[in-house]
Design a protein around this ligand. Structure first.
Ligand code: SF4
Length: 65
């Protein structure tokens, strides 16, 4: 894996850590679409945008809402 493309919030993110019960797709797909894809993926992730704003990110929130 190219670490430069991994989201910087992965270690604390419930989605990347496969700890999010609201995901409606397998976690490996979500990771490929958002987390491991560099800025193209990250900026489509609502969790990433909230982290970037310094806001609270609820555990159960998904990348798509
Ligand atoms: S779900 Fe979003 S915030 Fe979480 S690791 Fe993936 S891209 Fe980053």
């Amino acid at each position: 894996m190219n670490l430069g493309k991994l989201c910087k919030y992965a270690s604390k993110c419930s989605v990347y850590q496969n700890n999010n019960s609201e995901l409606n797709k397998p976690v490996f797909l979500i990771r490929n679409v958002f987390c491991n894809r560099g800025s193209k993926g990250w900026y489509n992730c609502l969790r990433f945008l909230k982290y970037e704003e310094g806001k609270e990110v609820r555990e159960e929130m998904t990348p798509y809402g």
